[in-house]
Design a protein around this ligand. Structure first.
Ligand SMILES: Nc1ncnc2c1ncn2[C@@H]1O[C@H](COP(=O)(O)OP(=O)(O)OP(=O)(O)O)[C@@H](O)[C@H]1O
Length: 220
């Protein structure tokens, strides 16, 4: 379970007269539950994900994953990114170009016993035939499946997806979508899926909220 109740206030404004960017977010994510957040460009989707991942510090509030407090202004807790078990999938995959798929998958995987194993991830994402290839030898959709696999193998307690399909054409999107659904149901992670494409979020998420004017609301 991920509990989020934060106020983000970033001094992004360039001109002194413009107010800082502010965003309020309050939601709980249960295991295996996918919350979709859609919002126009600049509405703060990436800012929200960065706050959860520990790349950006909210002004106030609480972020708690299971019993572990990641951020709490009252207690003065702010865990750095590497102490938060967050699996992030970015728009562009961000695979290491000099490593084959197998090594990309193993990157960030802890040694010893793991809850999410390499064979299971390879099977769920159907990437057994790709393990010896380099990212340059993969299609966009295959790259994203590997990127999702790599995020899972870091053994996250939460999965964050930042427009993971936006670099793909419609055909590839439709090919990758079922894998994302399968990943959420198989591994049962609380998942936050953000995108500016309404239909895409609606197809994946159990619930969709809209981010606008710094607030999360029911979509109109
Ligand atoms: N490093 C930065 N410097 C200045 N302004 C920033 C910076 N990062 C974000 N912003 C501003 O903060 C607001 C939220 O940006 P954010 O990138 O979170 O939106 P987004 O919804 O993810 O947009 P997109 O869909 O285009 O990626 C925007 O007004 C943006 O211009």
């Amino acid at each position: 379970m991920l509990k989020v109740n934060i106020l983000i206030s970033q001094p992004y404004a360039v001109a002194a007269a413009t107010p800082a960017f502010t965003l309020q977010a309050k939601f709980d994510l249960k295991p295996g539950y996918c919350l979709g957040i859609m919002g126009a460009s600049g509405s703060g989707k990436t800012t929200l994900l960065h706050s959860l991942a520990g790349l950006l510090m909210p002004a106030s509030g609480l972020i708690q994953s299971h019993q572990q407090v990641w951020f709490d202004t009252r207690q003065g807790i702010q865990l750095p990114p590497w102490q938060r078990q967050v699996g992030i999938v970015f728009q562009d995959g961000r695979l290491f170009p000099h490593m084959d798929v197998q090594h990309n998958l193993r990157y960030g995987m802890p040694k010893g016993e793991v809850a999410i194993s390499l064979p299971e991830v390879v099977e769920v994402l159907d990437i057994a035939g790709l393990l010896q290839r380099r990212p340059s030898q993969l299609s966009g959709g295959e790259k994203q499946r590997v990127a999702i696999g790599r995020a899972l193998l870091s053994q996250p307690s939460v999965l964050l997806m930042d427009e993971p399909l936006s670099g793909l054409d419609e055909t590839l999107k439709q090919q990758v979508l079922p894998y994302i659904r399968k990943v959420i149901s198989t591994f049962g992670l609380p998942t936050l899926y953000v995108s500016h494409v309404r239909d895409e979020v609606a197809e994946i998420a159990d619930e969709v909220l809209q981010l606008a004017q710094g607030q999360l609301r029911q979509p109109v």
